[in-house]
Design a protein around this ligand. Structure first.
Ligand code: MG
Length: 281
């Protein structure tokens, strides 16, 4: 793979990514995939998808898990509904992540990823230990499929994330860094955090946002790339400094407006291509 190939977050029938047709039309060479619904996670569906990617010469770089019942409506709702943290759904969602890991293996993909949810900041809480346990179980399953697990950033500060990864003692646990999430959730400066956790960053999102006037209490606002508070040139420069030259995966989650979504992704790809030329020259 060439350095910093452009990528895009994609959906088949679940999640908020763009459709594969858009990736093809824009000539983007890599994608991350939101795992499809269970009924579509079959060996024959996997085979067809792999064939299609081969024909289009597109490389799949990560499969993201997501669950029924998750809502990003506001920050308290995220805390209550997202990922493997909520106790009521944890066992069932862990089983589903095992299935997603197995499906990703059928797709020949060695990275699975997810929003783990809000990990408690107080490491002495029983819930913290429970979240560590479930993460270890998932890492173990992923490892049996020769996969790494990437945690989507946003809900934790860099410091909390480093502590959590160290406490997990998993050697296949890494980070999918999303600078916009840090702004949306109000969890810290994305560039400083990227430097802090750089050695664990194995995939990234290129997404932009404006901070809330009540950071950590209400949402910031997702923005088209280049129009928010992520300094994209500094972001890429910092990725270069930490030695990250993997895919630059554009994430723009407005599937209700497909025409605008495509246009903004096209614009993001051209912005990133321009910065790439400058920074990798
Ligand atoms: Mg993201």
């Amino acid at each position: 793979m060439a350095d910093w190939p452009i990528g895009v977050f994609t959906s088949i029938d679940a999640g908020l990514g763009v459709k594969l047709e858009v990736v093809q039309e824009l000539g983007i060479p890599t994608l991350q995939l939101h795992a499809p619904h269970r009924s579509t996670r079959t060996p024959s569906a996997a085979e067809q998808f792999v064939e299609r990617l081969d024909q289009l010469n597109i490389e799949l770089t990560a499969v993201f898990g997501g669950f029924e019942g998750e809502s990003y409506a506001d920050i308290p709702t995220v805390s209550r509904t997202v990922g493997l943290v909520p106790p009521e759904t944890r066992a069932e969602r862990l089983r589903e992540m095992f299935e997603i890991s197995d499906f990703a293996r059928l797709l020949g993909c060695d990275v699975i990823a997810l929003h783990l949810g809000f990990v408690p900041h107080d490491r002495s809480l029983p819930l913290y230990e429970e979240v560590l346990q479930v993460t270890r179980q998932l890492c173990k399953h992923a490892s049996q499929n020769d996969q790494a697990l990437h945690l989507e950033t946003g809900q934790e500060t860099g410091e909390a994330l480093l502590a959590f990864i160290a406490d997990s003692e998993c050697d296949n646990l890494f980070v999918n860094f999303d600078p916009a999430n840090m702004i949306l959730y109000g969890t810290g400066d994305p560039i400083e955090t990227l430097k802090q956790i750089g050695s664990y960053v194995r995939s990234v999102h290129c997404k932009d946002a404006l901070a809330s006037d009540q950071p950590g209490v209400t949402w910031g606002r997702e923005m088209p790339l280049g129009e928010g508070q992520v300094d994209m040139e500094l972001y890429l420069q910092t990725l270069k400094e930490i030695g990250y030259l993997g895919p630059l995966t554009i994430e723009r989650e407005i599937p209700q407006e497909p025409a605008r979504q495509k246009q903004e992704i096209e614009h993001a790809a051209s912005l990133l291509t321009k910065l790439k030329k400058k920074l990798l020259a």
